[in-house]
Design a protein around this ligand. Sequence first.
Ligand code: SF4
Length: 258
Amino acid sequence: MSDSDNLIKLLQSKSKLVAMLAPSFPIMYDPKTIVSKLKNIGFSKVVEVSVGAKETNRQAVEILKNNPHTRFITSPCASFVRYMRVKHPDMMHYLAMEIDSPMVATAKIVKAKWPDHQPVFIGPCLVKKLEASEDHPDLNILVLTYKELDSTLQQLVTSNQQLVANSSFDLFESSTRIYPIDGGLTDSSGARNLLSPEEIRVVSGYKNCESSIKEFEQNKKIRLLDILFCDNGCINGPGITSSLPIEERKHKIIDYSK
Ligand code: SF4
């Protein structure tokens, strides 16, 4: 059974569900109507994952502030974490696994606020399914890509259905809406106020992973390696079905963050 089928089953059984929309969602959906659409098909709550990204930032900045000599590699990218586990197990101690990814931080916030609800992450990433099932099974997060949400919406939304008007997010956060663009963590966390340019590296794209890990290993001045596996970040994730070029995707994210 696909995760889209799993979601349909949960919705039809009237389970209490919270949709957690990844910060790349404006590339795929109109921010003015997507919340209504999700509530119409049966979600009780709809929240922005940028809420959890703020907590991710808080944890990252705390480490940098409290440990002036610490050097670390960011861990929100589920593919990069798996790459390190396979290719560089000897460097896993640099990966800041104690920092919650935005998905995990949001699920924890959701669980604390609505303990009887199940979190459903909707985003651009297939590998988040593994992060949820392998690394955080206790949070019971159902993970769907936008592609899979589209399939769910096609099956459940009828053309004559009236949308709940002006539905707004139950939890939202504008300061971290740039997260899916490469460097989003560095740029939204305040890390640039704590570290000098020589101490920061922002990298995206699987082809650049190996060289940046080598550079991080050799250049001890680098304290923060902010890295994402997809070129240009999550705005180019495999679960996005959009013909928009990267620059337009970036504009959509930046416009929504204002
Ligand atoms: S950069 Fe790509 S692989 Fe990494 S979390 Fe984002 S969408 Fe997933």
